[in-house]
Every structure is written in structure tokens, then in C-alpha cells.
Write a protein that binds this ligand. Structure first.
Ligand SMILES: *[C@@H]1O[C@H](CO)[C@@H](O)[C@H](O)[C@H]1NC(C)=O
Ligand SMILES: *[C@@H]1O[C@H](CO)[C@@H](O)[C@H](O)[C@H]1NC(C)=O
Ligand SMILES: *[C@@H]1O[C@H](CO)[C@@H](O)[C@H](O)[C@H]1NC(C)=O
Ligand SMILES: *[C@@H]1O[C@H](CO)[C@@H](O)[C@H](O)[C@H]1NC(C)=O
Ligand SMILES: *[C@@H]1O[C@H](CO)[C@@H](O)[C@H](O)[C@H]1NC(C)=O
Ligand SMILES: *[C@@H]1O[C@H](CO)[C@@H](O)[C@H](O)[C@H]1NC(C)=O
Ligand SMILES: *[C@@H]1O[C@H](CO)[C@@H](O)[C@H](O)[C@H]1NC(C)=O
Length: 715
């Protein structure tokens, strides 16, 4: 620093020489010029010289001042020692030319130094130097304030401190880029202020300190803490809903520094902190569906944040939806009903064909006016559940045609109970109203209507209370109605038949009863020889063939009876008397069983069994001829034949009994009881059955061999 470079010295020499020439005329003027710069930087501990050149007079007195204080005086060229201030004795040395040398210069030697040359008789000359003494910069320390750096604070400050050394210049760098004062940074004396710091201010800060002796860097890694940020919640695998038994993970993630810890909360349950925010659910259940909340905490800043998600665990309702339809008001409205209860969530139910604007959850009813177009219209209930879509159908229909049924019984008081039932298929179920003649029938007295209205029970001791009464029933639902009349009849029998076994020892009697007949029992009667059973009963006293004797009593439900232990060689006559309690009805026709004159039992059996083809042929031929003749003779009168029910049936009839006005009804008009309830197809005209027996009875086949010849007819 203090060394005089050759060019500096030459310059000084040139200056002094030129000055001395210019002052030649003025005689002996002192001229002085510094050698090198007057601003001298020196390292502490080094030797430095403040050098100058002079001319104009020999051996002047040189005096060095620090500021205003003289520190050294010497006459150049003298052998005497320089006069040095007490404090500077160790430090200062005078060169032969008057230059001042500092040995082992110290910081406190820095200052403005002035040199004065004086010579008696001459004006003094002077020059000034500034001496700067530096130490190397050492032990730079960077501190940061405040301690907790996080997003949201106003500012933070980076400050450096040096233990030794003078700093002439500071520079700040962030991740290697120089920082200039801006709205974000303020570079101050010995510090850097960062305003409104955020996460992007995290990084490596460097301060570069310089003095003439050199440069020193110091670094500091700064982390600006932040978060938890807005969390991202998700379920994996991602699905709109889960079903019981599924396994899944709930994941909660949020940015943050340090990385936030996550806690899942479900209802009263808290799941332990986990760094990765994963909550595993295996074999998930309905009860585990719901709101899950993730609570995130930045353990350093104590900042917290939470977010919730809904875990849908769905289960379909059990079974299938059920559709039904009801009457709201018998005349006006239909209520369609759809039910699919249970499940999570409840299924959404609607009837799109009826309404697009209303629906229900789990259990839905829709009331609509009963318009004719709903009759037999299939209405579908759409049942929508996230797990499954389902449906059910319901069809409303008006009551269909039907036949009433009549059942007769006797109650504990011995009264006849006639139960009339009117059941018409309809949806919703039809309500039945009853009337007798033109009057409505109410519950009470002799009438009792069942709770579902389909049955009317009429009670009375005397069958004449019932007979000839016109009852009617009307089945009605909102879509329409059907009406039927029932005219009850006294006890009667139809279609009485008799089937002997081949040996002629057992006979089976069968019969039918008109559907509207009131019958509580049957008397099976025989005329002819006593039967073994009668002998045991001690009724033998009556004359064997006096008249009809009752040999069996059958309940009202019976339609057949077996008579055993007959003697095939004797002949019997059978008939059946229907009863309504004490009242006897018209007896059935009479069938005779037994050998005719001249024909043995086996012979009859033979005839019946089919040997007499020729005889049969003759009979048929004869019959045909007779018929033709009769037809021709009597064209205006239509012939009426009974129609056979079973062509194979062989009927052995005592034809002599047919003369009585008893009845054989034609099969075509008979409707067996058991069919009455079933028919949806157009039933036979029920009221036709109410004809009087004489109207319905039919003339016998006109082939009438003279009694008592027994014949076998195929009917
Ligand atoms: C400074 O000068 C002294 C005495 O002249 C000498 O002993 C010393 O070695 C010098 N120091 C340096 C760094 O040159
Ligand atoms: C030295 O002189 C300069 C001007 O030449 C002045 O600015 C400075 O303050 C002085 N230093 C001292 C320590 O007096
Ligand atoms: C500061 O960060 C740098 C990388 O950016 C790394 O190399 C250095 O080791 C860190 N220093 C400290 C003290 O952590
Ligand atoms: C959660 O499940 C995943 C895979 O399904 C597994 O890798 C992870 O270890 C589980 N975590 C816990 C805490 O059980
Ligand atoms: C309901 O919407 C469906 C389809 O858009 C349509 O076919 C149906 O007729 C609508 N039902 C009613 C009652 O408007
Ligand atoms: C309901 O009726 C529709 C047509 O009317 C038919 O396609 C469907 O199969 C029926 N659904 C059920 C469950 O009976
Ligand atoms: C049954 O009623 C009829 C007519 O009402 C009557 O003539 C008859 O005597 C009654 N019979 C009995 C047993 O009450």
C-alpha cells in the first residue's frame, strides 16, 4: 500500500522539477508533492510509508501532524534523532527524505496526516495524507429475527455481525441472485429486511462483505413455515359409494412446512395421528358411513385446519318392491301404493305413468281419480336405489262377472243358516253391497254380513223364510261394479243316478243339488225287501214292500251314498229325499234295481256288459224308426231329449216310476257347484236356473217299453 510505485515517483519528480522552474524568478520557494496517492489503505500490522518529494531549499525542517497534533519533527539530513511524540516512539520512523513510515500499523493510527516543510526565510509547504488501517473481516455471523418464520408475519430481518474487520461494502444474495431494495426487500445498514414473507422466501441467503483487504461471505438457510394448506380428501379406490364389506382408504393430504400431521375424526371416534393421513377401513359397514373430518396441524406453527368428506356406504332394501292399489273412496279415487322399505338410503319410488312430479322415499302413495283408462292398465312403480334399480307392477281392474255360491248349514240353535257369497275378482278388492228385493240389507236381525262384505248369512227356522226371496249382491270398486241376483229355492235333487257293482250286491247312488237350493241333508230311501242292516235295527216289523223306508241319512254336503249287502236276486227301488231341516223337498226320481221277470241278474249283467250288440242295434233301429215316424207326424212340436253326461254310463231304470212328475234335469243346464266360484268366462245365465221344475223337466225318451219289462238303455 505504502510502497511508491516508479510511475508515482516519476510523477512526483516531474512535478517538483517543473514547480521549482516556475518559481525560479521568485527565488528559493519550497515545493512538495506526495509520491503516490494521498489516500492510503493499510492492513493492520503491516509497515506503511507516507512518502513525498520536495525542492526549493536544502535541509528543511519536516513536521508531521495527526490532525492538528504534531507527532514527529526532524531536520532532513541532520544527524540528530527525530523528535517523536511519546505515544508514537515504537511506531513511527523517519526516512532520509523525510517520509514517514509506520511500523506494525494499528487501527487507531488511521487518520488525516499533514506534513509541513519549513525553512527559515521561506514560505512553508505542506501536503496531506489520509491513512486508513484495515483488519481482515473475520467471524461473520448472520442472525434472523423473529425466531419463528411463517407466512403471514409482517417481515423478518437478516442481520450480520463481524467480530473483527471493517466492512466497506455489503451485498445480499438469495439463492445466488443479488437482492436489490424493492417492495419486498429493504437492504439496510448491516441487515436485510424481507417484507410479507411467504414460502417462496425459503432458501439460501448470502451476505457478501468487502473491505479493501478482501471479501467474506456468510450463508444462512432460511425456511418460511406455512400450512396446513387447503386439504385434499379422497377415498381410494374412488367410488360414488361403497357397499358393506368393501375395503377402502381415506386419504387426507395438505401442503405445509413442516408437513402437517393429520387426524381423522368420525363421530366420537378419533383415529391416531398419522403422517401420511391415511385411514384404512376394511370390511366397511353401514354404520361407518357418514361424515369424516380430517384435522391437520402444523406442529411447529400450531396452525390448524380441517375439512370433512362424506363416506357413502349404501345397502339396498331387502327383497323386492311391493305394489298395491286401494280404494280411497269407493266411487272416486284409487290410491296406488309402492313400498320398498329399508336400505340405506331409502329407495326413491315413483309411478311415471301416473305422475312425473311426485315421488317418495321407501314408501310412496299416489292418489289419482279413477278414470276408465286405468282399468286393466299395468302401472309400474320405478324403485331407484343407488345399488339397484327395481320395479313392481300393479294393475287395477273393475269387478269381473261372477257367480254367487250358496251354502247351507244348521247352527247350534237349530236354525238354518244360508251363506251366500259373492266374490268378484277386482283390484282393489270389491266391496259388496247386499239387497233384498229393493231394500238394502243391513247387518243385524236375521242377516249378517261378513267383515269383508263378500258373504251374507241368513238365518231362519223355516225354509219358507228363504224361498222365493230375491237377494242381490253388487260388487263395486272405484273402477266399476257387477250385480247378481240370487233367488233361493227349497230343497231339491237333480240328476239322480245309480251304479251297481257287477255282482249286484252293492249300489252307489249319486245326485246333484241345484246351486240355489237350500238343503241341509238327504234321506236315502228304499222300497222292497228288507236289507240286512234294517234287520239289525229291528225295523223288520214293517211290511217288506209296503212303502219307502229311510235307510240312511246324509248331511247336506253329501252327493253320494253306498248301499251294501243287496241280494242280487231281489229287486229294490231307491230314491232320495232332500231336506231343509224339517222340511222335505220333492223326492228324486226312483231307480229300480234287481232282476226283471224272466231275466236273471247275470243275464242283465251280460246284457249290460255288451253282449247284446244285436239287441242294442235292434233297439236303436226300432227307436230311430219310431223317432222318424214321430218326427214326421209331429213336426211342429220340437223333440226334447235329455243330453247324456257320460255316454258309457249304463242306466237301469224302472221306467214305470217315470210317470210321476218328478224331475230329470238336462245336463246342459246343470252347473256343478264347484265351478261357480271359478269362472271368469261368461257364466251360464244364472237366473235361468230359477225356472220352476216343471219348466225345466223334460219329457222322457219316448221309447217306452211296456212295464215291467226291464231294459238297459244307454243314455
Ligand atoms: C517492518 O519494519 C521492521 C523494522 O524495520 C521490520 O523488522 C519488519 O520485518 C517489517 N515488517 C514487515 C511486514 O515488512
Ligand atoms: C480527514 O480529512 C477529510 C477531508 O480531507 C475529512 O473528510 C475527514 O473527516 C478527516 N478525518 C479525520 C479523522 O479527521
Ligand atoms: C443450506 O442449503 C444448501 C442447499 O440449498 C445446502 O447445501 C447446505 O448444506 C445448507 N446448509 C445448512 C446449514 O443447512
Ligand atoms: C392401508 O392400506 C394400504 C393398502 O391398502 C397399506 O399399504 C397401508 O399400509 C395401510 N395403512 C395402515 C395404517 O394400515
Ligand atoms: C312422465 O315422463 C315420461 C317420459 O318423459 C312420459 O312418457 C310420461 O308420459 C310422463 N308421465 C306423465 C304422467 O306425464
Ligand atoms: C311390469 O310390466 C312391464 C310391461 O307392462 C313388463 O315388461 C315387466 O316385466 C313387468 N315387471 C314385473 C316385475 O312384472
Ligand atoms: C213354515 O212357514 C210356513 C209359511 O210361513 C208355515 O205355513 C209353516 O207352518 C211353517 N213351518 C214351521 C215348522 O214353522
Amino acid at each position: 500500500m505504502a510502497s511508491l510505485d516508479p510511475s508515482g515517483r516519476l510523477t512526483a519528480v516531474f512535478l517538483v522539477v517543473s514547480l521549482s522552474f516556475s518559481f525560479q524568478g521568485a527565488h528559493c520557494k519550497l515545493v512538495v508533492a506526495p509520491v503516490g496517492p494521498t489516500w492510503v489503505n493499510a492492513r493492520a500490522g503491516s509497515n506503511v510509508t507516507l512518502a513525498f518529494l520536495f525542492s526549493g531549499a536544502p535541509d528543511p525542517v519536516v513536521t508531521w501532524f495527526k490532525g492538528a497534533l504534531p507527532v514527529l519533527t526532524w531536520t532532513i539530513g541532520s544527524s540528530a534523532a527525530p523528535d517523536i511524540g511519546e505515544k508514537y516512539k515504537e511506531v513511527l520512523k523517519i526516512e532520509k527524505d523525510g517520509s514517514l513510515t509506520f511500523v506494525n500499523v494499528q487501527l487507531d493510527h488511521a487518520g488525516n496526516y499533514t506534513m509541513e516543510l519549513t525553512k527559515s526565510g521561506l514560505a512553508k509547504a505542506e501536503t496531506a495524507f489520509t491513512l486508513n488501517v484495515f483488519e481482515n473481516i473475520q467471524n461473520v455471523e448472520l442472525t434472523v429475527q423473529p425466531d419463528l418464520l411463517k407466512e403471514g408475519i409482517d417481515r423478518f430481518l437478516l442481520q450480520y455481525r463481524v467480530l473483527r474487520g471493517e466492512v466497506e461494502q455489503q451485498r445480499w444474495l438469495f439463492n445466488g441472485t443479488e437482492i436489490k431494495t424493492s417492495s419486498h426487500y429493504t437492504v439496510k445498514d448491516r441487515s436485510l429486511e424481507i417484507l410479507n414473507p411467504n414460502r417462496t422466501d425459503t432458501g439460501r441467503y448470502t451476505v457478501v462483505l468487502k473491505n479493501p483487504l478482501g471479501r467474506v461471505e456468510a450463508h444462512r438457510n432460511i425456511t418460511v413455515l406455512y400450512g396446513p394448506d387447503e386439504p385434499r380428501l379422497e377415498a381410494r379406490p374412488a367410488k360414488p359409494f361403497y357397499v358393506p364389506g368393501d375395503s377402502l382408504s381415506l386419504v387426507c393430504q395438505a401442503g405445509g412446512s413442516p408437513r402437517p400431521t393429520a387426524t381423522w375424526v368420525f363421530g366420537d371416534l378419533t383415529f391416531p395421528d398419522s403422517q401420511d393421513g391415511v385411514l384404512n377401513r376394511t370390511n366397511v359397514q353401514i354404520s361407518q358411513g357418514g361424515v369424516y373430518t380430517c384435522k391437520l396441524t402444523n406442529q411447529q406453527t400450531k396452525e390448524q385446519r380441517q375439512k370433512s368428506m362424506i363416506l357413502n356406504v349404501y345397502e339396498k332394501p331387502s327383497g323386492d318392491p311391493i305394489c298395491s292399489v286401494q280404494s280411497v273412496n269407493v266411487n272416486a279415487a284409487l290410491q296406488y301404493h309402492c313400498q320398498w322399505p329399508g336400505g340405506t338410503p331409502l329407495a326413491q319410488l315413483s309411478f311415471p305413468e301416473l305422475s312425473n312430479s311426485s315421488s317418495g322415499a321407501g314408501n310412496f302413495s299416489l292418489t289419482v281419480t279413477a278414470l276408465a283408462n286405468l282399468n286393466w292398465k299395468t302401472v309400474t312403480c320405478m324403485a331407484v336405489h343407488p345399488v339397484e334399480q327395481n320395479k313392481c307392477n300393479i294393475t287395477a281392474s273393475r269387478p269381473v262377472e261372477f257367480l254367487p255360491t250358496v251354502r247351507t248349514s244348521i247352527d247350534s240353535q237349530g236354525k238354518i243358516v244360508v251363506a251366500v257369497q259373492c266374490v268378484s275378482d277386482a283390484s282393489p278388492q270389491a266391496v259388496v253391497s247386499w239387497s233384498k228385493g229393493s231394500e238394502a240389507v243391513a247387518n243385524g236381525g236375521t242377516h249378517k254380513i261378513s267383515s269383508d262384505t263378500t258373504q251374507l248369512k241368513i238365518r231362519g227356522y223355516n225354509v219358507s223364510n228363504f224361498v222365493q226371496q230375491k237377494y242381490s249382491c253388487t260388487c263395486r270398486n272405484p273402477l266399476g261394479s257387477q250385480r247378481r241376483e240370487i233367488q233361493l229355492q227349497g230343497p231339491s235333487i237333480s240328476d239322480f243316478s245309480l251304479f251297481p257293482n257287477p255282482e249286484g250286491t252293492i249300489v252307489t247312488l249319486t245326485w246333484e243339488v241345484l246351486p240355489t237350493s237350500i238343503v241341509t241333508g238327504f234321506d236315502i230311501q228304499v222300497k222292497g225287501p228288507n236289507l240286512p242292516s234294517e234287520k239289525r235295527n229291528g225295523t223288520e216289523s214293517r211290511g217288506a214292500s209296503d212303502g219307502y223306508r229311510t235307510i240312511q241319512r246324509k248331511p247336506g254336503s253329501a252327493r253320494s251314498a253306498d248301499v251294501l249287502a243287496l241280494d242280487p236276486n231281489l229287486s229294490y227301488r231307491f230314491r232320495v229325499i232332500p231336506r231343509a231341516r224339517m222340511t222335505e223337498g220333492e223326492p228324486s226320481e226312483v231307480h229300480r234295481l234287481g232282476p226283471g221277470e224272466g231275466l236273471s241278474g247275470p243275464a242283465i249283467a251280460g246284457i249290460a256288459a255288451g253282449i247284446p250288440c244285436s239287441l242294442l242295434f235292434l233297439v236303436l233301429l226300432g227307436g230311430s224308426i219310431y223317432l222318424c215316424v214321430k218326427c214326421n207326424m209331429d213336426k211342429s212340436r220340437p223333440a226334447r231329449y235329455p243330453v247324456s253326461r257320460a255316454a258309457e254310463k249304463v242306466k237301469i231304470t224302472d221306467i214305470s216310476r217315470m210317470a210321476r212328475p218328478a224331475v230329470i234335469t238336462t245336463q246342459s243346464e246343470m252347473t256343478p257347484h264347484h265351478l261357480l266360484t271359478g269362472g271368469l268366462k261368461s257364466p251360464p245365465d244364472y237366473n235361468k236356473l230359477q225356472q220352476t221344475p216343471s219348466e225345466r223337466s223334460v219329457a222322457l225318451p219316448t221309447f217306452v217299453p211296456p212295464p215291467p219289462v226291464r231294459v238297459a238303455t244307454t243314455v
